[in-house]
Write a protein that binds this ligand. Sequence first.
Ligand code: ADP
Ligand code: MG
Length: 333
Amino acid sequence: MEKPKRSGEFEIIRRLFAPLAEGMPGAFDLTDDAAVLDPAPGERLIVTADCLVEGVHFPAGAAPDEVAPKLIRVNISDLAAMGAKPWAYTLTTAFGPAVDDPWIERFAAVLGEEQKTWGIGLIGGDTVATPGPSTFTVTALGTIGAKQNPLRRNGACPGERVWVSGTVGDGALGLKAVRGGLSYVDDADRQYLIERYHRPTPRMALGCALLGVATAAIDVSDGLVADLGHICETSGVEAMVAQVSVPLSQAARSARDKDPALTESILTGGDDYELLFTAPSSAEGRIQEIGGDLGVQVTEIGVVVASSGGAPVRVKGPGGRELSFSRTGYTHS
Ligand code: ADP
Ligand code: MG
């Protein structure tokens, strides 16, 4: 097989990545050794990193359109879960053998679109080649006001309510569809689920609006049950979720109606990037108002209870029976 054409590291940086640093003064058009950042006075930096590996987080040979949006969105979703506004990011690319110039050109073009959508700019990174799977790492920087308390995972208290944004389970069902499953689901629904998997919607504005309202927050990446478990463990509490309250998209609902066994994937499957948060019951009106103002569905799905030494998260089915799962979330083992 002919070796794919790929420009050298410096050419890639100059031609494709430097334009993405336009408007970020401290990035020096990616011509220096490092970037220099001046957060606005009175602002704190919030920093997070995520890495996507070919064959693990996206299929081998995936198109740039299936990688770039997810790379940006999973990262800034972590900023949303802290209540931070996105600002800048670094990008480290390890291109595998099959990646050629057109792939990287399209990758950079989609990154440019994502930057516009989410209001961030590129400030640096590293470009290397690897004989192994392609690997992409983004470090995202966000800001919050110095006097604001970021949304931590550790503030949930017994008696508070559990909320989730958007709909749950689309990411997990989208992944099944990407892998060729869900053949019994309508084409339009399959497309919707696949789109939700490739291009999740990080809840940036909601995260910021929940500062001072939510007592704990996390974004749903590992699965609703596992991620609520993370809040519970860090907060030293437990939670009860009512399955009937968990909001499903029309596509997920119709898939689940055809195959009730999908309930487990919906509740434990991950990749939703919705915000899961807790708040006192007195905040219900305020939360609904925020959701209404932002046009984001917010749904109360459960309650925080004192620790009893049991499972951190219990899900009650329609008949009041507790559901049991063979797995609680996605872990890379
Ligand atoms: P060094 O050898 O010191 O690591 P590089 O040639 O790798 O320098 O990088 C030069 C400049 O280009 C630096 O400012 C670096 O941050 C930037 N850069 C390199 N790769 C990327 C990338 N994938 N995305 C964004 N910026 C990059
Ligand atoms: Mg380098």
